[in-house]
Design a protein around this ligand. Structure first.
Ligand code: 2HA
Ligand code: ZN
Length: 274
């Protein structure tokens, strides 16, 4: 099988292109990574062209020896579908979880995403928290969520509650809520630590004035999560543009009734009286 014909590679490419289509990836904005299953590594390893070890910039010992498919630093999501071998790469981590090496892709040179420390630290946290189920970490520059970070208080409680109120499905899709990281310099270990700390309890973290990080089991669920949060943010932006207050909304009691019927647990801290 050709590397590019593998189902996980096709799924990765489709997700990147869906994000581009929705306008979340201007220029080289955003990045995507997938923790490859051992049987999927077997499917494609005959195509490996192995490069030299490089430091990750942080330490992820629990991910030692794992393989990831990731977008390239400075590469455009727009190009992933037409020249994947130039835009994405597969990497292998060493036995300490401190170095990586490219084993496929980025044929014209380059490095994995500038947000590799954040991706890998989030992968480590989510892999441990979900018994290995979560495999996808996605960062996108979602327009409406970014807009809201200029007008809402930057707290988990306010963002979660306001976004839950904008669409009935939201508390069912992300019942644990959403974390918020204040503005920080992107690309480094500090923002990676802050985000992965929030990811211990949430599947989504908002980066103020920048975008979102989402984690999930597969491409569909992770893309769907990002899409649901951003759609809810779009409704909130529209609502706030019409008038600053709500005439009616989903109430605390409504959320509690929903939680019973849909068998989700909604943390009390989001169900405050306003
Ligand atoms: O340009 O999105 O956060 C890639 C990014 C950095
Ligand atoms: Zn970004």
């Amino acid at each position: 099988m050709r590397f590019l014909d593998a189902e996980f590679v096709q799924g990765f490419i489709r997700m990147a292109n869906d994000g581009w289509d929705l306008g979340w990836h201007e220029r080289n904005g955003g990045n995507l990574s997938y923790r490859v299953k051992p049987e999927e590594v077997e499917e494609v390893k005959e195509h490996f062209v192995i490069k030299e070890w490089q430091p990750i910039g942080t330490s992820v010992p629990k991910l030692a020896g794992e393989y990831f498919l990731v977008t390239g630093s400075g590469k455009f999501f727009r190009n992933v579908i037409i020249k994947p071998e130039d835009s994405i790469c597969m990497i292998e981590l060493d036995e300490m979880g401190e170095n990586y090496r490219i084993v496929w892709g980025l044929v014209n040179g380059g490095r994995p995403t500038s947000e590799l420390p954040s991706h890998l630290m989030n992968h480590e946290v989510k892999m441990l928290a979900t018994d290995g189920k979560h495999r996808v970490i996605y960062h996108a520059h979602t327009t409406n969520v970014i807009a809201l970070t200029f007008v809402l208080p930057l707290t988990d409680e306010v963002f979660t509650r306001e976004l839950w109120e904008m669409a009935t499905e939201c508390p069912v899709v992300f019942p644990q809520g959403i974390g918020v990281v204040p503005w920080m310099v992107p690309g480094g270990r500090d923002i990676a630590v802050a985000t992965s700390e929030l990811m211990k309890q949430y599947d989504v973290a908002i980066w103020a004035h920048h975008g979102m990080f989402a984690s999930g089991e597969d491409f569909d669920l992770t893309f769907g999560l990002m899409h649901t949060v951003e759609k809810s943010a779009e409704i909130l932006v529209k609502m706030l543009s019409m008038r600053p207050d709500k005439l009616q909304t989903i109430t605390v009691q409504n959320f509690k009734d929903l939680a019973v019927d849909f068998k989700v647990e909604l943390p009390e801290k989001f169900l405050y009286e306003k």
